[in-house]
Design a protein around this ligand. Structure first.
Ligand SMILES: [Zn+2]
Length: 148
């Protein structure tokens, strides 16, 4: 999901489970910064995150990437943050998926001003942007299967 305030853009994970209102949600599973760090150092060690994903149990989504943008689409220095919330599912693969999702959200946010591919992508609907993100994540998990 993407909300536009004055000159800020907020991206949230836009999965079925997250679109429900918080009151309708079932269990959400607390995690820890250590679990996030462990995923970053193992499954996602080849991904250069622009900022360290940090645990915030107070956000309503599985993950949230935020940054302040200039009106012309450039990210303001030092405003990017990737937050990981409680998770809808307790398994590690779901957490990897969440963190990777936010990685790609951050890539769109960072590169939409400077890179033609990301500029085009950022102009598409949030739904189409998420189709692209989901494709990248599917590719990642397919690659893992090939290795095992
Ligand atoms: Zn998203």
């Amino acid at each position: 999901m993407q909300n536009m305030a004055e000159n800020a853009i907020v991206n949230d994970v836009d999965r079925e489970s997250v679109r429900e209102s918080p009151s309708k949600k079932g269990n959400r599973y607390p995690i820890s910064q250590e679990q996030i760090d462990d995923v970053l150092n193992n499954e996602l060690k080849d991904f250069a995150f622009p900022v360290k994903p940090t645990y915030n149990p107070r956000i309503w989504a599985n993950g949230m990437t935020t940054g302040e943008m200039y009106k012309w689409g450039q990210l303001k220095d030092g405003t990017l943050s990737i937050q990981i919330g409680k998770q809808d599912r307790p398994d590690r693969k779901f957490l990897v998926d969440t963190i990777l999702h936010e990685y790609y959200e951050s890539q769109i946010m960072i590169n939409q001003y400077s890179n033609a591919f990301y500029r085009q992508l950022s102009k598409k609907s949030i739904l189409l942007q998420h189709e692209w993100i989901d494709e990248q994540i599917a590719e990642y998990f397919k690659g893992l299967e090939g290795k095992s």
